[in-house]
Design a protein around this ligand. Structure first.
Ligand code: NAP
Ligand code: ZN
Length: 368
């Protein structure tokens, strides 16, 4: 047996966990830059909880509220300027994966004046600013990963930063913030988490210590996704389960990285504006189907999700995703070329060739 396990983030889970652990936040620094999307953090109670604790301790803060979905390099550069000009010394990212990922890249740029190549290098001379993460979606696991995924217009795709220097210092996971999520975002983000655990479990980099995390989250997500597919609104307990399972899935990909599904999903998001979780969901069945004959672990996944067979998986995904987007042969060719050069493709066991990638795209969307 051989493995390495590293999780430097203090993960605090539970309803009202920010208020209950306010002293940890109070001693993090002198002036945070709060990083959010445009609206949701002021509607779901997360921003209020943070500003109440800061106000109580007389800690001043600045607020950057312009993080878009799939944040761009331009946005994080703009926020890093504000961090410096406002004299901030740490960052609190609140929101879905987009603000959390933006917070990580801003933390790097706040203490390093570097070009794009160095930003994506993952190695920084100056220690990035400390990051506190408050997830308000249950999907990306960014609160527990060393990744920041940015829209990089120079390469017409999304690109990841991977660096142990950007793990959050503390993540506060309070499922009550997710109660305002619309049904579609709940589904897409849960599928993203499932994709992380499935990809991690099937990855060449899966280890003995990480596989149980993956299976536990696959089992929980299987149950929640089944109920979501019946049109049920998530119960309070399911909101807890979804946040817990997506955090576990984040720990999984921290160790295994993602694989072909994410590599193939990024061009769908960049070029066709398909939501990140949905893009993975569209591809997931064809990916598992591709591996099924050679990978004994596929059957374990089906069992954990309490599905009869692989077509049960396909039916579940079809119900959750509804009508699929169209794709042309030109798009298939372009996205396949992009995906095959992504570094996470090589974690897939076995590794698909260009024609196999094309076929996964063709089988996953409606070719026109
Ligand atoms: P998101 O882009 O962060 O948010 C999607 C939408 O949901 C936004 O409109 C946001 O509104 C809204 N929203 C967030 N929380 C809400 C809540 N509690 N109630 C109502 N609406 C809410 O979506 P995401 O799927 O969580 O994150 C996707 C990003 O994460 C992608 O860029 C993806 O590449 C990245 N990702 C990162 C990792 C990692 O390890 N770092 C892993 C997987 C994916 P506002 O804009 O108003 O806040
Ligand atoms: Zn993802």
């Amino acid at each position: 047996m051989e493995f390495m396990f590293y999780m430097p983030t203090r993960l605090i889970f539970g309803r009202d966990c920010i208020i209950k652990n306010r002293e940890l936040l109070e001693k993090t620094g002198k002036k945070p830059l709060i990083v959010t999307g445009r609206k949701s953090s002021s509607m779901n109670g997360s921003l209020d909880d943070i500003t109440r604790v800061l106000g109580h301790a007389n800690i001043p803060y600045s607020h950057f509220d312009r993080v878009e979905s799939n944040p761009s390099v331009e946005t994080v550069r703009e926020a890093a300027e504000i961090f410096r000009s406002e004299g901030c010394d740490y960052i609190i990212g609140i929101g879905g994966g987009s603000p959390l990922d933006a917070a990580k890249a801003i933390a790097v740029l706040a203490s390093n004046e570097i070009d794009d190549n160095d930003l994506f290098s993952g190695k920084y001379r100056n220690r990035p600013a400390k990051i506190i993460a408050v997830p308000t979606t249950s999907g990306t696991g960014s609160e527990a990963t060393p990744y920041s995924i940015l829209t990089y217009n120079k390469i017409h795709n999304k690109k990841s930063i991977a660096s142990e220097q950007i793990y959050p210092e503390i993540s506060f996971l309070d499922p009550k913030y997710t109660e305002t999520l619309p049904a579609t975002t709940t589904i897409n983000t849960a599928i993203d988490a499932l994709s992380h655990s499935v990809e991690g479990y099937l990855s060449l980099r899966a280890t003995d210590i990480i596989s149980p995390f993956a299976l536990e989250s696959i089992e929980i997500l299987g149950g929640c996704l089944h109920r979501l597919s019946l049109g049920e609104s998530p119960s309070r307990l399911d909101r807890d389960r979804l946040m817990y399972a997506s955090m576990l899935a984040g720990i999984v990909i921290s160790h295994t990285s993602t694989t072909s599904v994410h590599a193939m999903g990024y061009p769908l998001t960049y070029h066709k504006n398909i939501d990140h979780g949905r893009a993975n969901g569209l591809l997931l069945f064809q990916y598992i189907n591709f591996l099924e004959r050679t990978h004994p672990r596929v059957q374990e996944i089906i069992k954990k999700m309490e599905l009869e067979d692989l077509s049960g998986f396909e039916n579940l995904m079809n119900k959750l995703l509804g009508k699929k987007e169209e794709i042309t042969e030109e798009e298939v060719a372009l996205y396949s070329e992009t995906a095959i050069s992504a570094k996470n493709i090589s974690n897939t066991d076995p590794h698909p060739d260009l024609e196999q990638i094309r076929n996964i795209y063709r089988g996953s969307l409606r070719v026109v």
